[in-house]
Design a binder for this molecule. Sequence first.
Ligand code: PLP
Ligand code: COI
Length: 339
Amino acid sequence: MENVNWSDLSFGYMKTDYNVRCCYRNGKWGELEVSSSEIINIHMAATCLHYGQEAFEGLKAFRGKDGKIRVFRMDENAKRMQSSSRGIMMAELPVEIFEEAVRKVVKLNERFIPPYESGSSLYIRPLLIGTGAQVGVKPADEYLFVVFVTPVGPYFKGGFKTSPVCIMRNYDRAAPHGTGTIKVGGNYAASMVAGDKARKGGYAAVLYLDPKEKKYIDECGPANFFGIRGNSYITPASLSILPSITNMSLIQIAQDMGLTVERRPVPIEELSTFDEAAECGTAAVIAPISQIDDLDENKSYVYSKEGNPGPICERLYNKLRGIQYGDEPDVHGWVRIIE
Ligand code: PLP
Ligand code: COI
């Protein structure tokens, strides 16, 4: 493609050629349809517009040095979207249709997959919405699944560089036993005020505490959290965080590298004991944290002064990216090649 500076992409929307859609009607899923329109036409009483029947996913396709296209762990995204659907009573899309849609949309938009050297990738955004009309608070009887793609660079400015995050106790993104463990739009709507406040204060994201007791670390706006202490990879277990596929993969990679993994409630006080801290997710990849400012307690936890990631974050990052781009062997069978 001409006129695209692939190394300079930010994390934003760029129009591509096609998207793929599938409708649920009369109790069953229809055929996959290819569309070149960016527009969806829906009923004004659709449940997604009123009562938040909406779930989405995020995954990526990578162009390897060998020219091959690799998609990372799409079966996990398919299963998580089913879990989100159960959580807000939407029709569950079979894993096979999800995977077929991803393969199709990536292949059809092949010319938008950034070249290996750029370090950019193709972001894949599946979404599922209730399109059937209701006025009472009830699940829709019709659903629309859409997948579009857009080439992206790093989610946080500067790529693999550290950035600061902040703690603010007056905001929660989701409740335990609510929707925190699923990927529904409402959680992101609920995070916007705090996110905006954080960015205006010069922070990359909010680091949320557990909503019930405000004693433990939960996760960041768009990513999970982990800390490194000595030889340990420590990441929160919580009823109000999204089970991140990146974090699940890093846990395995950390174990493969001989680190000890601890997945458990992480009290705030422990922040002062970490050698390194980072956010992780599909969009964020690994976004190392320079410092965490606790704005209510007027306290700072500093991990890096020069903007450089710590050595363990760097090793984890290189290994994960290596597997995704095909530079490292895919020993766990995480990668699917799109032919
Ligand atoms: N936590 C939240 C709230 C997210 O939105 C995301 C992004 O998907 C993640 C964590 C990271 O999840 P994953 O690694 O599956 O992308
Ligand atoms: C992702 O990492 O895929 C996300 O969904 C994060 C954010 C863009 C919502």
